[in-house]
Design a protein. Structure first.
Ligand code: ADP
Ligand code: MG
Lengths: 471, 254
């Protein structure tokens, strides 16, 4: 029973109980204060309670979390020490296994196989009980002290509401900062690794090279290579064919998705009755919920062979892996994306503009093509750009349907590869982290990131231009 | 000013689903005069106005019964194409609604879709003429290709009038055209209406009785979907025949 009390969950439950108690104590304290000082409180009573709860709960929970995350490694260190004392010649690969065994024995999940293990487990259990106890006491103390401190500050003229809102503001700011910092962190680490790549491989060869074969030692056409002595592990890393493949597939995808998505949106916004619209829109959005791997095997097993057979029929030699298959299926995947965003943009064009057009004697079609769509144009372009950046980032469909061979071609019937697929190929399987091959993935990654970032910025500024135009 | 009847509405009933918005309206609108529709809000003025260019077709729940004769054509005949009708009966809305295009393109829009112009110079003639007649030319002649949304509210509303008269309609419907404008812009538009009545039959809905008195020759007073009183504007305002009209214009209801 004590084990549960002092465990993480137990401590958390205690914290909640104490906070609840502090809440009511602070309300009591407030009403006492009001009676003795005969003054009206600054804020509504529950703000004083919330204020006290902040102090009783948050410092203590932070202590609990920080403590827990720091003592785990310490505990393991402790076991390892006693392990190596007990088994001086334990091979290092067994250490993790033994640690797990000891923990399981100590918590009663398995039986000890010998006395030494039994002893180690007891030792561990004793130490970790002690540590938990200590943690428990500390956390409770912090909570009580915090709560009491808050209660001691409660007076009718104390601005509890202001302080509470200030706290909320800080919580939200903190969340925003965490989000921004992670983004920055990712960019920084990408950039850093990309730089390491560029110290080993010349940027000009990377950005303008037309030959991509990371696995092949031969390096034809590369003159400026800085890493003559890196040796056989490196191939050539000319980005152009990979980027071209990405753009080719994204282009085919847009060719499929823009007309269908846009027309579906026009249908939903302008022609469908409310009832039909209520069914069609969610149905289209279901398409967006299908995992891309499903689209992938649809492309690889259905569309790819279909296109090849069609090609054979027309006397063309088409491989069953083609840019066309991948692009077409990717287009289907982003249809709901485009139709849903475009529908929002089109319905945002105000009634008054449509009335104006109809009132002048426009037909429905004239109203749509001459007034509604031009008015919605910036927003529509924004939607398309967002869709393109999705197409560029898509991986699974391409791996399955377009292949992995980097060819520089504009023929949609050839097999091509994309940036994302190459990153997957470079980083899966046995790779040394330091090789040029691995590092080139970061260079690809940052390039892709910059491209999609530009697209997104363009999209945002386009959609923003539409806001405030109708005033 | 002429004494011929332009539009003759008889036994007009309008329903939104089952709710009746207008009851048995009979009215004759005089050619090249300004007719004002007044009455408390919700009494059906806009609904009735929209019968004259079949804009009620746009509202699925709306049903219009009765005859509305313009010449020997029944506007309310479902066989009649509202697209042609709306070229003959133009409309100006409560809120200025210029298209997000240039000033020039706004005015040229109507003539283009109705095939009234075949080349650029014909379009220019119509645009210049319409802008002059709507009193906007002096203010915009040097920025015809700027976005119309950059104009002030009053200028936008005059642009909408120019856009409507560019198709050379016979009738101009105006639904509270000044309700979103300041007093100065309002008086400019009122003067404009006065000028336009030489060429067009104008029906204006207004909630301002002073405006009705200033701009119109005939006034119709509506109440709860009924046409209570219709006559010469000066008669309606000086010696109303119906006690309800009197109560409204003296400020007791509305
Ligand atoms: N689209 C509509 N759907 C249902 N009822 C409507 C609609 N438009 C107007 N009505 C109703 O018809 C009546 C007349 O409205 P309206 O013609 O707009 O009045 P007014 O212009 O005189 O203020 C009102 O009771 C209003 O609620
Ligand atoms: Mg109205």
């Amino acid at each position: 029973m004590t084990a549960f009390f002092t465990s993480f969950t137990g401590s958390l439950l205690w914290l909640i109980l104490i906070s609840a108690g502090i809440y009511f104590l602070s309300l009591r304290r407030l009403s006492g204060q009001i009676q003795t000082s005969q003054s009206k409180p600054h804020s509504l009573a529950y703000y004083y309670g919330r204020y006290a709860v902040i102090w009783a709960f948050f410092p203590a929970i932070i202590v609990l979390i920080v403590w827990t995350s720091f003592t785990r490694p310490l505990e393991n260190q402790f076991i390892i020490q006693s392990l190596s004392a007990a088994y001086p010649d334990l091979p290092s690969s067994f250490v993790d296994l033994k640690i797990a065994q000891i923990k399981n024995i100590s918590s009663g999940l398995i039986a000890a196989e010998d006395d030494i293990m039994r002893g180690l487990a007891d030792q561990y259990g004793y130490a970790s009980d002690r540590l938990s106890m200590l943690r428990y006491v500390t956390v409770i103390l912090v909570s009580l002290i915090g709560g009491m401190f808050a209660i001691s500050r409660i007076k009718p003229h104390f601005k509890a509401r202001v302080v509470f809102e200030g706290f909320l503001r800080r919580v939200f700011t903190f969340a925003a900062i965490v989000a921004i910092l992670t983004t920055i962190g990712i960019i920084v680490s990408l950039t850093f690794e990309a730089f390491r790549f560029f110290t080993q491989y010349h940027p000009i060869d990377f950005f303008f090279g037309t030959h991509w074969s990371p696995n092949v030692a031969l390096r034809e056409g590369v003159e400026n290579a800085l890493d003559e002595d890196v040796g056989g592990s490196s191939g050539s890393f000319g980005m152009i064919p990979v980027m071209a493949g990405t753009l080719l597939i994204a282009f085919i995808a847009m060719l499929v998705a823009v007309p269908i998505g846009l027309f579906a949106a026009i249908y939903m916004a302008e022609f469908a009755s409310r009832r039909v619209r209520n069914y069609v829109k969610p149905t289209l959005e279901v398409l967006a919920g299908i995992p891309t791997v499903v689209y992938g095997f649809f492309a690889a097993l259905t569309i790819g062979p279909f296109i090849r057979n069609l090609g054979l029929f027309a006397g063309l030699d088409v491989s069953s892996q083609s840019a066309l298959a991948a692009g077409a299926v990717m287009g289907i995947m982003i249809i709901p994306f485009i139709s849903s965003l475009s529908d929002d943009v089109i319905t945002a064009v105000p009634r008054s503009l449509r009335d104006g057009a109809l009132g002048l004697g426009s037909t429905r079609g004239e109203m749509i093509t001459k007034v509604v769509l031009p008015a919605a144009f910036p927003g529509l372009v924004g939607a398309f750009l967002l869709a393109i950046s999705r197409a560029i980032g898509e991986t699974m469909i391409v791996v399955m349907a377009a292949g992995v061979s980097a060819q520089l071609t504009a023929n949609p019937l050839d097999s091509v590869t994309t940036v994302t697929v190459q990153i997957v190929m470079l980083l899966t399987g046995d790779t040394e982290f330091d090789s040029v091959k691995t590092l080139s993935a970061f260079a690809l990654g940052i390039t892709l990131f910059v491209v999609t970032l530009c697209l997104n910025i363009a999209a945002l500024s386009m959609s923003r231009r539409i806001g405030g135009r109708y005033e | 000013m002429s004494d011929t009847v332009k539009i003759l509405a008889s036994d007009v009933n309008v329903f939104y689903d089952t709710k009746q918005a207008l009851h048995d309206i009979n009215i004759d609108i005089m050619d090249r005069q300004v007719t004002a529709f007044i009455g408390p809000s919700g009494c059906g003025k806009s609904t009735f106005l929209r019968c004259f260019n079949r804009m009620n077709d746009v509202i699925p729940s709306c049903r219009v019964d009765g005859h509305i004769m313009m010449g020997d054509e029944n506007i309310n005949d479902q066989a009649l194409d509202p697209v042609f009708l709306r070229a003959r009966v133009g409309m100006v809305f409560q809120k200025p609604n210029p298209f997000p295009k240039s000033i020039f393109e706004n005015v040229a829009y109507g003539p283009r879709i109705h095939g009234l112009v075949t080349n650029k110079s014909e379009a220019e003639d119509i645009v210049v003429d319409s802008l002059k007649r709507s009193g906007l030319w002096n203010e915009v002649h040097d920025r015809l290709h700027d976005p119309a949304t950059g104009l002030s509210g009053g200028q936008q509303q005059r642009l909408c009038i120019a856009r409507a008269i560019a198709v050379q309609p016979e009738v101009l419907l105006m639904d509270e055209p000044c309700s979103a404008l300041d007093p100065i812009a309002t008086s400019i538009i009122e003067e404009l209406i006065n000028d336009l009545k030489d060429r067009f039959t104008i029906i204006i809905v207004t909630h301002s009785m002073q405006q009705a008195a200033r701009v119109s020759q005939k006034t119709a007073y509506f109440h709860l979907g009924h046409l209570i009183e219709y006559g010469e504007t000066k008669d309606v305002f000086t010696r109303p025949a119906d006690p309800q009209t009197e109560a409204y214009i003296s400020g007791k209801i509305g």
